[in-house]
Each structure stands twice: as structure tokens, then as C-alpha cells.
Design a protein around this ligand. Structure first.
Ligand code: PEP
Ligand code: MN
Length: 332
């Protein structure tokens, strides 16, 4: 249950009430709110005079729910805003991993030359084998910071585990929580305490309910800037790397107030169909796309098969622009 407290309740009193009722205490849209488990269905008597508005839920999809807030949340990324009434579809591009100054420099130039604002690149990679490239770590984060400085770009990079969470948070403008980290309590709780947007990827074996509940960990901890990312789920199919769940996207658009970014690169896992999938994604009226591109994918140290060449990335942008326009959105 969500209880919006009236303005006469002091922050101290609200904190005490939260403790007593095992609730989270957050400030949202200028008001104090208590968030309890969804098993609470009625405002407790002693709180009645202190509560201005309340919401009851069938399950623990609460702060993220359109039943709480109908409008999609607005989230600022640098000078850009997505969500709300903006009808912006942010195109975020860049390599899977930051590999060298030259490689990330070329990637930054690509993003800049396309009039885009946000560069991706992983520095702590959550690989399925310990023998694969694990990312450049702090050295990579510094290269991203250099790109931000030199090109005026926002950067997004992923936090792999709780050991480097502070470092990643410090160096990125959007923190990416990877699919394998979606359940990581250390990461979720650390990201709940910051004032930066968090891109939460759906675990490839997670239900939509579990996905949204992971977002609730961040929201209920006080960070209201969560973006959901569908990146493909595991099905019985093996010819594609994963299966992009567009039904899930329709569900999330219908029932949640969080902006949604789609990642067809990791879903398909191969270059050949990324442009077509990107068109399908954009046709749904989405808040953003995450596309992997590399100056020379044949030598990429991770996800080589799915990264687009820079020429393909430019072609993809031209191909999705009219599709976005046809549903009232624009690629930014
Ligand atoms: C990535 O974005 O490079 C990545 C590792 O993604 P995911 O967590 O979706 O596998
Ligand atoms: Mn990748």
C-alpha cells in the first residue's frame, strides 16, 4: 500500500511511522510517502488523520504501477528528457566493452556525428566464462569519463557486482544493471541511494512481476529514476541468442509508469537482423533503444557477432527515424 502523508506530518514523525509500520519512507513529487507491503489493504486507524491519499495494490508492483501514477515518469539524461509527454526515443549506441582509447574515441565520434548524446560501453563485464575478456575496469571508466569530457556526451556503463558499485556510479551518467545482476541485492540497494538514472535490464529467466519487483527495490529506497530494459529472455529456441519479448513490452507499457528501453542486440545476438528488430521496437512507441556497435566488430573482445559496424549503425538510425515518426515519436 502507498500512503501519501499530508503536509502537517514532519519528516521525523514520518520516519517513526515508517519504522513502526515496517514501511519505506520516500519523498516523491514534493510529498512524503510511506510504502508498505501490498498485503496491507486499509489505512491503519492511527494514521487516518495523517494520510492525504492512499493506493491499494493486488501485488508488490506499487510505485512502478500506473495505478499509482498514470503518467510515464520523466527521466533526464544529460540535457535530454525521456518519458512523460516527450515522445522521445533515445538511441544509445557504442561497443559492448570499452577496449582501448582508440576504439572508444571512434565510438564517441560516431555518436556525436549522428547528433546523438549517449555513449554505452561496458568496463566490468559479467561474462559466462572466467577465461573471456572481463573488461578494462577502472581504466575503462576513465576512458569513458574522458569521452564525456571531450565530446560532451552522457555515458552509460554497467555495474557487474557490488564490489565496484561506487566506482561505476561515480563515473557514469546512467548506471546499467545487467541481466545477470537483476536480482543482486547489493547492487539494487546501492542504486536506490543515488540521484542518477538506473537502466535495469530484465534477467533472461525472470517473469515480468520479478522484473518490476527488482525496480521496486530501487524506487522504494528513494531513487525515482528507473528505466526498464527488455533485452530478450531465454526460451526453447537456440537459433537466436534470446527471444525479444515484445508482449512483455506491451504489458510493461500498459501497467507500469517506468520508461522502457529495448535492446535488440543482446536479444538476437547476431548482426543480420538488428535493423529490422529495431524498427519493430520503435514502432511500439518506446523511450529508447540500446544498440551495440564497434569500429571493427571482427576484433571485438565481447559480443563480436552482434555488434554493428559504424556504417550499419548509421543505416539503422536512418531506417528507424521514419518508423518513429509514424507513431509520433522522434529519435534523439
Ligand atoms: C551488455 O549490455 O553488454 C550486457 C552484458 O547486457 P546483458 O546484461 O543484457 O547481457
Ligand atoms: Mn554486450
Amino acid at each position: 500500500m502507498i500512503l501519501k502523508l499530508n503536509t502537517s506530518v514532519s519528516a521525523n514523525d514520518a520516519a517513526q511511522l515508517a519504522e513502526k509500520h515496517k514501511a519505506f519512507h520516500i519523498h516523491y513529487n514534493g510529498s512524503q510517502h510511506l510504502i508498505t507491503s501490498s498485503s496491507m489493504k486499509e489505512v491503519p486507524n492511527e494514521l487516518a488523520a495523517k494520510v492525504e491519499e492512499s493506493w491499494v495494490f493486488a501485488n508488490d508492483m506499487q510505485l512502478a504501477s500506473r495505478a499509482f501514477q498514470q503518467k510515464t515518469r520523466e527521466i533526464k539524461i544529460g540535457d535530454l528528457t525521456i518519458g512523460g509527454d516527450t515522445k522521445n526515443t533515445i538511441l544509445i549506441g557504442g561497443p559492448c566493452s570499452v577496449e582501448s582509447l582508440e576504439q572508444i574515441q571512434q565510438s564517441a565520434q560516431l555518436i556525436k556525428s549522428q547528433g546523438l548524446t549517449t555513449l554505452r560501453g561496458g568496463c566490468y563485464k559479467p561474462r559466462t566464462s572466467p577465461y573471456s575478456f572481463q573488461g578494462l575496469g577502472l581504466e575503462g571508466l576513465k576512458l569513458l569519463a574522458q569521452m564525456r569530457e571531450e565530446h560532451g556526451l552522457s555515458v552509460i556503463t554497467e555495474v557487474r557486482d557490488a564490489t565496484h558499485v561506487d566506482e561505476v556510479i561515480e563515473h557514469s551518467d546512467i548506471i546499467q544493471i545487467g541481466a545477470k545482476a537483476m536480482y543482486d541485492q547489493g547492487i539494487l540497494r546501492a542504486c536506490a541511494k543515488i540521484n542518477k538514472p538506473v537502466l535495469l535490464k530484465r534477467g533472461f529467466g525472470s517473469t515480468l512481476q520479478e522484473f518490476v519487483q527488482a525496480a521496486e527495490f530501487i524506487l522504494s529506497g528513494g531513487n525515482d529514476q528507473v528505466i526498464l530494459c527488455e533485452r530478450g529472455i531465454r526460451t526453447f529456441e537456440t537459433n537466436t541468442r534470446f527471444t525479444l519479448d515484445l508482449c512483455g513490452v506491451a504489458y510493461l507499457q500498459e501497467y507500469t509508469n517506468l520508461p522502457i528501453i529495448l535492446d535488440p542486440s543482446h536479444a538476437l545476438g547476431y548482426r543480420y537482423g538488428i535493423e529490422k528488430l529495431a524498427k519493430a521496437c520503435v514502432a511500439m512507441g518506446i523511450d529508447g533503444l540500446l544498440i551495440e556497435a564497434h569500429p571493427d566488430p571482427s576484433v571485438a573482445k565481447s559480443d563480436a557477432a552482434q555488434q554493428l559496424t559504424h556504417e550499419q549503425f548509421v543505416a539503422l538510425k536512418s531506417a528507424i527515424e521514419p518508423v518513429a515518426g509514424s507513431v509520433g515519436y522522434k529519435i534523439v
